[in-house]
Design a protein around this ligand. Sequence first.
Ligand code: ATP
Length: 391
Amino acid sequence: MIRFEHVSKRYADGTTAVDDLSFEVNEGELVTLVGPSGCGKTTTMKMVNRLIEPTEGRIFLDGDDISAIDPVQLRRRIGYVIQQVGLFPHKTVLDNTATVPHLLGVKRAKARERAAELLDLVGLDPGTFGDRYPDQLSGGQRQRVGVARALAADPPVLLMDEPFGAVDPVVRDHLQTEFLRLQQTLGKTVLFVTHDIEEAVRLGDRIAVYGQGSIEQFDTPSAVLGAPATPYVADFVGADRGLKRLSVTPIEEGDLEQPPVVHLDDPLPTDLDARWAVVLDHDNNLHGWISAEHTRAAAAEGGAKGDTVRDHARRMEAWLPVGASLKQAFATMLQHDAGWIAVIDARSEGRFLGVLTPARLHEALRRSTAADARAIPRAEVELETVTPLRK
Ligand SMILES: Nc1ncnc2c1ncn2[C@@H]1O[C@H](COP(=O)(O)OP(=O)(O)OP(=O)(O)O)[C@@H](O)[C@H]1O
């Protein structure tokens, strides 16, 4: 969708901002450009919508050489979101969002209708915020309007230059989550500039790690974290990359343990030979759990005669769908002070798949690191267990 072929940019004072860059962003892909200040990320991005012209090389958009496309026509195909959102201060939020479609000839009423839909899409109630002016919004709300406005003409491509850079970490986290959700439905082709490796890892399908004016590594987040291509990349992603990997490594079915299972309408077991069992309904969907201690105590008091599992099952708080990240799993364990979490198949109304224990979580993380380091599928990695030496 966006292809750079041997692109260089040298400024008049002799600065080489971008040096012989070649890479491709596929349709519907979100690529983050990450690197330290001054490494050429913004220059790269601005060459795509011809705010900056390359000194050498060619850039293609959907197969067309952009140097042959009129810049105004070109920018209609490309949404642009920047850190200092650049909203018109004298226009309302709704009119700011409707500006581009209106300029493109969409009737004012229709453009405003579409703008209201977009505000809703980015999490701003048009009834509450539509008539406000930009200075009556928080930083995070202004960024949302920026995103809505960039989407207004429904461009297939979005360029985003540190769009969430100017807001505090909590708001930033929200904006990232919402943007990911939005991108899942919109499937735009996105180039996203950031200097924050956490943001790059969280949002990117692939990451381009910049050195000085060129890309040091262009790969998936888990590969960049698991197998940095150069010492520079290893240094940039940081010594805590094992922790960062938690957020990009999904829970897979093979990571799960199969605990004892009982069904809702079973008679209450008094002889569970484990400390607890998972309770399922008749469709094998997750219902809750029971503890052996509790069932034994109930039986000892003699009050459990004729009882079924249903009468004693407890709600399951700690569960996640398969595919959720190991970081979410870890956070869920901590939040519920749970020694394990149940994992379900969210696509089939919650069918129970197994449980993830801390030991299995650790194993999954090691396996994913080992796989990326050797570029082989995770499922095929065998881990050797090292037995500690005894005295
Ligand atoms: N108009 C210009 N004239 C001369 N040098 C420039 C010009 N614009 C940018 N540069 C230089 O080109 C290099 C790359 O700049 P660019 O803005 O692309 O970096 P960046 O990676 O986006 O940095 P930041 O994260 O700080 O925005 C820098 O050394 C910068 O000083």
